[in-house]
Design a protein around this ligand. Structure first.
Ligand code: ADP
Length: 248
């Protein structure tokens, strides 16, 4: 299918906390279907940027658009999520006592209170989606295992799977490979790159080897604005970027 135009458009966005500019005239455009990595030293504003996109933090100035139709600054957090913006925080928060399958099932329920009766009444297309997602996250064989016995990496994939259930258009992922083994990192790289094209993915990550392995385009944040943008080779050879990282 043909995609065009940005899925996310942020222009001249600023936000201050007690007079300190955490985000300072930030301009960021994410294309539809793109996989983008955001890097930058601690305090660069990466978390605050994600908070602004999801509506958790309201900027003081600027504009934030989702596609060409949705002005995110006029919307609250739940409504923004409903547009198809999913966020994966660093720590996995799966339901350990439920099976892998049940976790995905629960993610499909928009009203979590109806969960206990869901299995019996589940629509066929939900089952199909669960099968698709199990395949994508590589947990088919563990579908009936309680999530509590999964490895750290498997829990992260399950949580990404839970977000994928609703077919988000933009997935925001915070440090997906922190604490993972090399093998789990490779699998995560495969998973995230396989999502790109179908949805847009923005990954905040500190592991430069991992960023290099997945991203065609990297944005470097520093002091709340974009310091450099381009391929990993381009940004890692940028003297300004080198200075910021060596000075950390
Ligand atoms: P990063 O995720 O890149 O490490 P953050 O977005 O967490 O950076 O933080 C950017 C800056 O804004 C930091 O200096 C941080 O201390 C400050 N900051 C973030 N959130 C708040 C807040 N709610 N109140 C005060 N200062 C904040």
């Amino acid at each position: 299918d043909v995609r065009h135009g940005p899925i996310l458009y942020m222009e001249d966005v600023s936000v201050s906390f007690d007079g300190f500019k955490a985000i300072n005239n930030l301009n960021l455009t994410i294309d539809d279907g793109e996989l983008r990595c955001i890097i930058g030293p601690n305090g660069a504003g990466k978390t605050t940027m994600m908070d602004i996109i999801t509506g958790k933090t309201r900027p003081d100035t600027g504009s934030v658009w989702f596609g060409s139709r949705h002005n995110l600054l006029t919307m609250n957090e739940p409504d923004i999520a409903t547009l198809g913006i999913g966020r994966k925080f660093q720590k996995p928060t799966v339901f350990e006592a439920l099976t892998v399958f049940e976790n995905l099932e629960l993610a499909m329920a928009t009203d979590k209170r109806i969960f206990p009766t869901l299995t019996a009444t589940m629509k066929p297309e939900y089952r199909e989606r669960i099968e698709e997602v199990l395949e994508m996250i590589g947990l088919k064989d563990l579908r009936n295992a309680p999530a509590g016995i999964l490895s750290h990496g498997q829990k992260q994939w399950l949580e990404i799977g839970m977000l994928l259930m609703q077919k988000p258009r933009l997935l925001l992922v915070d440090e997906p490979v922190a604490g993972m083994t090399e093998q789990e990192m490779e699998r995560t790289a495969e998973l995230l790159t396989s999502l790109a094209g179908k949805q847009s993915v923005v990954v905040v990550e500190h592991d430069m080897g991992f960023v290099r392995s997945i991203a065609r385009k990297v944005t470097v944040l520093h002091q709340g604005s974009v310091l450099a943008e381009g391929s990993m080779d381009q940004v890692s050879n940028d003297p300004e970027v080198v200075k910021v990282y060596l000075g950390e």
